[in-house]
Design a protein around this ligand. Structure first.
Ligand SMILES: C[S@@+](CC[C@H](N)C(=O)[O-])C[C@H]1O[C@@H](n2cnc3c(N)ncnc32)[C@H](O)[C@@H]1O
Length: 280
């Protein structure tokens, strides 16, 4: 396993143990019936009853199980053993049927079989992946012909701005374009529990919007819809404000920029080969 993958997996194993107890993830609320799926995600996928759904980078499964509550037949995959163990435990506790698989996303086709009506992934996923071409091939591999791929994630443009420390304004600090060499951070705590006593090294990669589109197109998916939103699920910058629906936004005095995006794509149904005309 390469150094970057190993460090990130250690980080996610450590973070999972904190996240399951955090108010950010509010597992008790989830057990009491709260859905973790927001309106961006819900409206894009519509009625999932009876559909098979693969959730890539599922963390400890709350979104996966929220889809199960809506009637989907779900499989969640993640490379953190702690996350997959917690997801299995949670599904047993809430009595929802779900399959959880532990694997590096790039190795998933060797570990999991089958094709799905929906391949879903969301919020905080692309940053952890060094290679989007291979990622898109994995997503396409698991889709049935005619199946739907959906992603919602932080917008790559928003990743350009400083979000650490006492920052009070949008300050461009990081490159917009991809580099093969990852960014390296020494992290203390996690986004869900900033004061937790865990110290890790993380590696992440920026991917531009054209990288996302190119990789999906190259994997044979047809892009149906790309949307950009001036709000986010989480507090990306310290100066953001929460609206009545719980979305985090930049204050009105700011120039508004895209903070998250969502994309829907379809795997083509193969056209039948033309019938050969033969002379009788
Ligand atoms: C920010 S979380 C996704 C969050 C999810 N939307 C939620 O809030 O529950 C990112 C997930 O990606 C997983 N991950 C990171 N790199 C991965 C890889 N190479 N293969 C599989 N999973 C990976 C991590 O273990 C983590 O669970």
């Amino acid at each position: 396993m390469d150094e970057y993958l190993k460090a990130n997996r250690q980080l996610w194993d450590a973070w999972t143990q904190i996240h399951v107890k955090s108010s950010f993830y509010d597992v008790d609320g989830f057990k009491a019936g709260r859905s973790t799926l927001d309106s961006v995600v819900r409206s894009a996928l519509g009625d999932v009853r009876g559909k098979s759904l693969l959730h890539l980078q599922c963390h400890f499964g709350m979104d996966t199980l929220s889809w199960a509550r809506l009637g989907a037949r779900v499989t969640g995959a993640d490379f953190s053993e702690q996350a997959i163990n917690a997801a299995r435990e949670l599904s047993a506790q809430v009595g929802l049927d779900a399959n959880f698989v532990c694997a590096n996303i790039y190795d998933l086709p060797g570990v999991l079989s089958g094709e799905f009506d929906i391949v879903f992934t969301s919020y905080g996923v692309l940053y952890w992946l060094p290679d989007l071409q291979k990622w898109a091939q994995v997503a396409a591999h698991f889709l049935k012909p005619g199946g739907t791929f959906f992603i919602a994630d932080g917008h790559p443009f928003a990743m350009v701005f400083e979000n650490e420390g006492e920052v009070t304004d949008l300050q461009p600090r990081y490159p917009y374009f991809h580099a093969d060499e990852p960014m390296r951070w020494e992290t203390h705590g996690s986004y869900a529990e900033p004061l937790a006593d865990v110290h890790n090294v993380e590696y992440g990669w920026q991917h531009s919007m054209s990288d996302v589109l190119k990789s999906l197109l190259a994997a044979g998916l047809q892009i149906q819809e790309l949307r950009e939103y001036p709000f986010a699920r989480w507090q990306m910058f310290p100066f953001m404000e929460r609206d009545a629906e719980g979305w985090w936004r930049l204050p009105e005095r700011f120039v508004q920029i895209p903070l998250i995006f969502s994309l829907t794509a379809k795997k083509q149904v193969p056209t039948s080969s033309p019938t050969l005309l033969r002379n009788s």
